[in-house]
Design a protein around this ligand. Sequence first.
Ligand code: GLC
Length: 422
Amino acid sequence: MNVHIDDAKRILVANDRGGYTVPTDRLYPFQWNWDSAFVAMAFALYDADRGYRELERLVEGQWADGMIPHIVFHQPSDTYFPGAAVWRTKHTIPTSGITQPPVFAIALRKVHEAAGPDADTRTLPLYEAALKWHRWWYSARDPESTGLVALLHPWESGSDNSPAWDIALARVPMTTDTPVLRKDTGHVNAAMRPRDEDYSRFIHLVDTYAACGWEPAKQWEKAPFKVAEIQTTAILLKAGEDLEHLARELGRGQDAAEIAAFNGLTRQAMLAQWRPALSRFVSRDLVSGEDVEAPTQAGFIPLLSLDLEKSIVDALVDEMKAWSKGLKVAFPTTKPGIAGWEPKRYWRGPAWAIINWLLIDGLRRNDRPDAAEELRRSTVAAIEAEGFAEYFDPVTGEGCGGLGFSWTAAAYMWLTMSTPRL
Ligand code: GLC
């Protein structure tokens, strides 16, 4: 397939629904939180104004308590389940009731730096929204100030059906008040999607939290699923670094000190999650108190926001190489060969361009431009061979899931237009 930057730009135009970008037509017909942040970073490369717009439209969905929801239902569509009515939230425009990885402030800094002399005025309200959201993360999702933030629903991780949730999710009943009427399997092959039993549990959690009126303290108390998650926390720390930088640029010294304190706490907490025997970082299941040892990509994402000592970086890179050996496309979201490894099923094996983007940035940060470049090439080659698929089968390289996918187009732009080549 002959893929070009202009094709990537065309995907973002085709998925524009009025200042915001849907992940893909029909399968995901609304504005998704971290998808939009990745897309905004691509816009920062050639159209800062449109990058701001993407973030501004997302913030229309921000709740009074600071939470930025994982979906903003700007206009109705009947091609997605669970739609607005299932969530029963009370914001001025319909939204879901859970959140997603906080890539927002990382994107905001990039858009800010790409913008012209009026950047401060346009950045300020978005900066304030981001700060409010970061405060929400620390108060609502880390009430005991451990430095690690917890997820109350697997969808909040962005890695919906990852094996990382298998043990914690098995405790969640499959009973639901809401009938589960899946639409996703009408758009793409069911063998590539989460299973029906996962969906029943996902909706059980939605029903449980809706019954709490989406009130954070009540949800924390009732949550049958509560995982202090390493990937989300790593992203929060990187976003926290960028937010602290913006605070200083905008002359908000007091905010900068507050954010620096969040970052310091989280940095220490993340370092304590390193497990030398696994050569990975781990999440913690807050219901059982145990480490989440399932081998997934999440364990490597701390590269993004920690400056690690060389022995740890070497161990991480060696482990990543071992997982990638013999694959057509790196990096697999689940370790190949383990029970439960499914190279075509969503987050149980496939390679995702945006995850690679985070890993590439992390490898660069930690002085491994060689490993970063290898992964960058693998990702770009996969997209050039198959187009802007949602994700890729790492064994065959086949593009899977939804097609014409916004964040794959964004990753392609970022990995070909912005990166230093070796
Ligand atoms: C799926 C993915 C999630 C993404 C959404 C829209 O739910 O797991 O990460 O944000 O689709 O692309």
